[in-house]
Design a protein. Structure first.
Length: 309
């Protein structure tokens, strides 16, 4: 099966009330773990690369590894640019086979965000590529995204409707309380489902995206910390809240931090238990296996996309 856009995935997710996992990729083992899990669960999946991941792995390598995954598995896979910082980056990805791009103009004022998003939409649609945009600012740090708590803001539902109408974007990332990175909440976790409901009421046919939505799985944090790591107080979005979001209108849920924790924890455990190991296959294989297990859990128990391929 060739790469697909997210259009049909999202139409099905909105109709049947489930979410599709969008998992960040950086190397072969991460791609294998994600796609093996999605195939096992018979789930559609979105593989997404940030501009930092592209700098690290380089587009030709990412594209060829994902082409290999398509040869192995017959499930719908979309290749998505996560947090495209400018028109040039989005164009580069569109011209290199990405089927979906995100333009993140949330750091600009409303009118600038509209103009930038519309520019990307016009070019992408001319090439058959879909566009995700963002309205509202998520706090936290991840790759090139760095927003202070004081600068974060919730999405205004009325603005969301105007934004979609004026830009023609295909999906919209909204801010309802999630944040990037491993330290999402200082106190009790809380999401503004009232904002989500109002947005869905005003733009019912627009797929909604949730960024900064890793659970920061406690067992993975413990695995890292118990094997020499130093990640105190890490806290994410509880699975129960993400599951609620998936059945109340969110079509795409982004996951990055949990994959990092899984890979790092598995590698640390091998190094800690077997310090004589220096064959990369001896520690990358457990890392890949734990990523697969983590993604299977997300798909099956949290997002509800099993058997939706």
């Amino acid at each position: 099966m060739p790469l697909v856009t997210t259009k049909e995935m999202f139409e099905k997710s909105m109709k049947e009330k489930f979410a599709i996992g969008a998992f960040n990729v950086n190397n072969m083992e991460i791609i294998q773990g994600i796609v093996d899990a999605a195939a096992k669960e018979n789930s559609p999946v979105i593989l997404q690369a940030s501009s930092s991941a592209i700098k690290y792995a380089r587009i030709p390598y990412l594209r060829k590894m994902i082409e290999a995954a398509l040869e192995e598995h017959d499930i719908p896979i979309a290749l998505h640019l996560d947090h495209g910082p400018d028109f040039e980056t989005c164009k580069m990805c569109i011209d290199n086979g990405f089927t979906s791009v995100m333009i993140d103009g949330s750091k600009y004022d409303f009118e600038e965000n509209v103009a930038l998003t519309k520019q990307v939409v016009d070019y992408a649609h001319s090439k058959g590529v879909v566009v995700e945009a963002e309205l509202g600012k998520l706090a936290g740090i991840e790759d090139d995204v760095n927003v202070a708590d004081a600068d974060a803001m919730y999405t205004d539902p009325e603005q969301a409707r105007e934004f979609v109408e004026r830009t023609g974007c295909d999906s919209l990332a909204i801010a309802i309380g999630t944040s990037h990175g491993a330290y999402k909440f200082k106190g009790e976790a809380k999401l503004r489902f009232d904002i989500l409901h109002k947005v869905k009421e005003l733009i019912p046919n627009t797929p909604i995206v949730l960024h900064g939505a890793s659970t920061v799985i406690p067992e993975l944090v413990d695995l890292c910390n118990n094997n020499g790591g130093n990640i105190p107080g890490a806290k994410g979005v509880p699975d129960e809240m993400l599951h609620q979001a998936s059945i109340e209108g969110v079509s795409k849920i982004n996951v990055d931090t949990d994959l990092r924790l899984a890979m790092t924890g598995a590698i640390r455990e091998v190094f800690n238990s077997n310090p004589e190991v220096f064959d990369p296959r001896k520690y990358m294989l457990p890392a890949r296996d734990l990523i697969e297990k983590t993604v299977s859990h997300k798909i099956r128990d949290v997002f509800g996309s099993s058997n939706k391929a």
